[in-house]
Structure formats: structure tokens, C-alpha cells
Design a protein. Sequence first.
Length: 67
Amino acid sequence: MWGQIVISAAVLVFAVIGYFVWDRRYRGNVDGNFKPTNEVFKDPTTGKLTRVYEDPSTGKRQYREEA
């Protein structure tokens, strides 16, 4: 019984942490001077076109859905 509780709690913790890490990696922080690049690809998860934006001063990248 305790083993199931521990495993369930670990899965929940990793899911929550994973969501926030994934969210920041792909959407990033909206602060900065992001400019669109020529990189456009089809997101394999959603199937939607995604464009890469980059802040030239920091090198940070964001991935945004194309309209």
C-alpha cells in the first residue's frame, strides 16, 4: 500500500515539475526583444506550425505557434 502511495506521489511531482520546465522551454519568458527567425517546423505533438523567435542580445529562443 505504501509503495503505491510513494510511486503515485513521485509521478505527480515529476508531472508537475515537468510541465513547468516544458512550458518555460517552449514558450519562455515574454520579456526581451524577440525577433522571428526563418526556422518554422510542424510540432510533432500538436501538429501545428511553430516559428522560432530569438533574442539577439541573450541568445534565448522561444517557440510560438504560427497564426
